[in-house]
Design a binder for this molecule. Structure first.
Ligand SMILES: Cc1ncc(COP(=O)(O)O)c(C=O)c1O
Length: 373
């Protein structure tokens, strides 16, 4: 795939009709995840033989598209999800944006899309945050969710890599997903459906994976569950991940067990950050194939004491129950908040993201300084 020169300046064309203060406050009061969008977006276009051009921060607007655009037919696209956080002093920071840039590049490579350079990625997300700094919430646990997207816009029904591609970044203020860290979600273990198969696109963040997860997600809802857990497609034995989050188990001895990045699992930035923090605490962390039977037996005999899911949107979601056609197992509640690894690691991670604690790994990047005075 094409590599980029590290020049990345996005021309800002300000929105002449931004939301009024009142409209913005109303929209940000209790935003439903991903339903409220800010005043601006980043956009750049790519043509085969020419590379990326027209890097701009522009007013948010619908993007007219030819009905034959390849992405609409063959789903040639890749996307990302990361957040900007407002610190107590008013400054705004991104969390590990380089990791998202690298993952987008890997997803684009798998989807035969042109790669967005790290410089372009960072300039685009920074440009949107700067333009829409008023949209970054200051309420506890809230943030600005950024959604970079690369998609094939060429009008062509030929099944081949598109010669015209768009890169977009939109932004949405989001509230705290999880106000009470002790609340757990019920998980439906999908038996009939798989999310990803070896050699497929499971490791890429691409829309088709999510399209395929909607029916199992519906099945989960019908069984009273909030999320789906997928098993591996080859042996139908090993737990992989949820529709939009990675899975982590805590053993009675305090050690951590999680499915390895086998090629069919999305390498979560939250997963990596949490495993790093848990290793920092001196915990043993095992990344390997984990059979569903091992999890069930572990829960039954008390060897596994906690299960939780993690991802950018919800950060950490404790799991209360695992359900399928042939079992329904409660994850025992831990005595008091202090015992919960999910809760303590959520607190440690969010303290770094919001600048309340030291950032020993250099994960945060300031994009808007604190206002003077
Ligand atoms: C399938 C899937 N797995 C895991 C994750 C967690 O990834 P991250 O922590 O980078 O948000 C996500 C969320 O983006 C996801 O969609």
């Amino acid at each position: 795939m094409e590599t980029q020169a590290p020049t990345a300046s996005f021309t800002v064309i300000p929105n002449r009709r931004p939301a009024t203060d009142e409209e913005r406050w109303l929209a940000m009061e209790d935003p439903v995840f991903g339903k409220v969008f800010t005043d601006h977006m980043a956009r750049a276009t790519w043509r085969e033989g020419e590379g990326w051009a027209d890097r701009r921060i522009v007013p948010l607007a619908p993007i007219p598209m030819h009905p034959g655009a390849a992405v609409l037919h063959y789903a040639q696209q890749a996307f990302e999800g990361l957040k900007a956080y407002r610190w107590e002093d008013g400054s705004i920071h991104l969390f590990r944006p380089e990791a998202n840039a690298a993952r987008l590049a890997a997803s684009c490579a798998r989807l035969a899309l042109p790669t967005v350079s790290e410089a372009d990625f960072l300039a685009a997300v920074t440009g949107v945050v700067e333009a829409d700094r008023n949209w970054v919430p200051s309420t506890a646990g809230a943030s600005l969710y950024l959604r970079p997207l690369v998609m094939a816009t060429e009008p062509s029904l030929l099944v081949q890599p598109a010669a015209e591609v768009d890169f977009l970044v939109t932004a949405s203020p989001v509230g705290a997903y999880l106000s009470d860290g002790t609340q757990g979600v019920s998980i439906w273990v999908s038996r009939g459906y798989h999310r990803a198969n070896p050699g497929g696109t499971g490791e890429a963040k691409t829309g088709g994976n999510y399209a395929a997860s909607m029916l199992p997600q519906k099945e989960a809802k019908e069984h009273g569950c909030g999320q789906v857990l997928f098993l591996d497609a080859k042996e139908d034995t090993y737990v992989e991940e949820l529709g939009g989050m990675n899975l982590i188990a805590v053993r009675a001895d305090g050690s951590i067990l999680t499915p390895r990045l086998s090629g069919t699992i999305l390498a979560g930035v939250t997963r990596d950050s949490i495993l790093t923090l848990l290793r920092d605490e001196g915990r043993a962390v095992e990344e390997r194939d984990v059979a569903l039977a091992e999890i069930i037996a572990g829960l039954e005999i008390g060897e596994i004491v906690e299960l939780f899911a993690c991802g950018t949107a919800a950060v950490v979601t404790p799991i209360a129950r695992l359900v399928s056609d042939d079992f329904d197992i409660a994850v025992p509640e831990r005595d008091g908040d202090d015992a919960s690894v999910a809760r303590s690691v959520l607190e440690r991670l969010t303290a770094i993201q919001y600048g309340r604690a030291e950032d020993p790994h250099g994960w945060t990047t300031e994009v808007v300084p604190a206002p003077e005075g």
